[in-house]
Design a protein around this ligand. Structure first.
Ligand code: PLP
Length: 449
């Protein structure tokens, strides 16, 4: 095949049947086309319009349970804290909270979202490299499970806020283990050069300092080395082994440790990546941290929510360029930024029953935003997709809607939850009025000409 038309990958793209076989919540129905659980996605696109994010409640529950069961079968006392930055939809957080999940939050907004969805503060972890005094105060006021501190400066700040509010702060120290998660540079977090965590060599002294501060209750150690980790368990094992060594040293000095936080990062197959299983992760935790006999925590985001969501879009037009077919959608990089930001590959399936079996030809799938980076796929084998045809981006349930913007003054897309045969709009499409509503033109600019 001529190179400008070919996919940039050196292995063939998975075909529609391969993509569906890996995703049990999606199937191709002869009359209804692409169906999520018991709901034809065409119905949702027709009634809610496009672009629209659609999440499968059953898939969220199933994946949360798979992680929980793998940890249990490894003999670990473990709790799961869903990383809300992957998906902060209140409906999604409610589904997971009802399953017993806690949350990992990185801002006041996410803390409020988790609480609004009914997740008790006693199951919420506050992570992040730059928590403000206001955020710390709110977390303590809510009675948060733990704050993961990322620097000596932050520990002092937490102690000050605790003293000022008369509360005790449960603080876990996030260690930077200096291991290479071998993921995309923009989502690698466990290298010494990254901004995250306390340098390993400084951690013991800081932990002892925490124990001496009156407002602080040291609760343990945390590590999170990056996201979309697919290259086996070696990086996880290396990071957890360093945490285990440090924990042993601290315990030997008589310092208290209540639990160990194993972070998130478990990858998923977007294209044909061989992603590690929950059992492999649980095994790595047991082998390294298990002998300490302490409860462990997991902060998965992408692994739970990624496969549970799709982004529905409509074709605006097919543009025949020189040697290329461009499929221009009504979804754009402001909706799903992962391809532009991380060169990410997302499966794209047509929704109509006949289109799932029609002849294929290469196409570049793009959005209408005025950036060349607004390209979802190059040289993708797709059927003829006339104006109005519908498609679904797969695995869009994590770092999809949460990373959206209104770039090009495009309103935020709608969100929908599917639960069995039921579905509901959980966030209506933002209106153009709402997009302009909170802006002010100063009086001193005078009246419009
Ligand atoms: C982003 C993040 C997570 C979740 O990462 P995933 O790759 O989505 O599992 C967990 N913990 C922390 C501290 C994070 O920043």
């Amino acid at each position: 095949m001529a190179s400008p038309l070919a996919s940039p990958h050196d292995t063939p793209d998975p075909d529609f049947a391969d993509l569906l076989a890996q995703r049990p919540h999606l199937r191709a129905h002869v009359l209804d086309g692409l169906v999520m659980d018991d709901v034809p996605l065409v119905n949702i696109a027709r009634e809610a319009g496009t672009p629209t994010w659609v999440y499968s409640a059953a898939t969220l529950r199933r994946r949360h349970a798979a992680l929980r069961d793998a940890l249990r079968e490894a003999g670990l006392a473990a709790s799961i804290h869903f990383a809300a930055k992957a998906n902060d939809s209140l409906a999604v957080l409610r589904v997971l909270g009802d399953e017993g999940a806690g949350a990992d939050v990185v801002s006041e907004g996410e803390l409020r979202a988790a609480r609004a969805a009914g997740i008790p503060a006693s199951r919420i972890v506050f992570s992040g490299v730059g928590k403000s005094a206001r955020e710390i105060a709110l977390a303590l006021e809510e009675g948060i499970l733990q704050i993961n501190a990322e620097s000596a400066e932050e520990v002092e700040r937490i102690a000050e806020v605790a003293a000022a509010t008369g509360r005790e702060a449960p603080v876990t120290l996030r260690i930077n283990p200096d291991v290479d998660a071998r993921t995309h540079a923009k989502i690698s977090t466990g290298l010494a050069e990254n901004k995250f965590g306390i340098a390993y060599g400084d951690a013991a002294a800081l932990y002892a300092r925490m124990a001496s501060l009156p407002g602080i209750r040291p609760t343990g150690l945390a590590v999170h080395i990056g996201s979309q980790i697919t290259e086996g368990m070696a990086a996880y094992r290396a990071a957890y082994a360093r945490v285990a060594d440090l924990a042993r040293a601290l315990l030997a000095r008589g310092l208290p440790i209540e639990r160990l936080d194993c972070g998130g990062g478990l990858g998923i197959p977007y294209r044909d990546e061989i992603a590690p299983t929950p059992a492999a992760l649980a095994g790595a935790i047991r082998a390294t941290l298990g002998p300490l006999g302490l409860p462990v925590m997991l902060e998965p985001g992408r692994w739970i929510a990624g496969p549970a969501g799709v982004l529905l879009a409509s074709v605006v037009l097919q543009k025949r360029g020189q040697n290329r077919r461009f499929v221009v959608l009504d979804a754009a990089m402001n909706d799903l930024v992962r391809p532009a930001m991380y060169e990410a590959w997302h499966g794209i399936l047509p929704l109509a029953p006949d289109a799932l079996h029609a002849p294929l030809a290469p196409a570049d799938v793009v959005g209408p935003v005025c950036e060349t980076g607004d390209t979802f796929a190059r040289g993708r084998a797709l059927p003829d997709l006339p104006p109005g045809a519908l498609v679904a981006f797969l695995d869009a349930g994590a770092y999809g809607a949460t990373m959206s913007s209104t770039y090009n003054a495009r309103p935020l897309a709608a969100e929908v939850l599917v639960d069995g045969h039921r579905w509901a709009v959980t966030r209506p499409r933002q209106s153009h009025e709402a997009l302009l509503a909170n802006q002010v033109v100063p009086d001193w600019l005078g009246a419009a000409a």
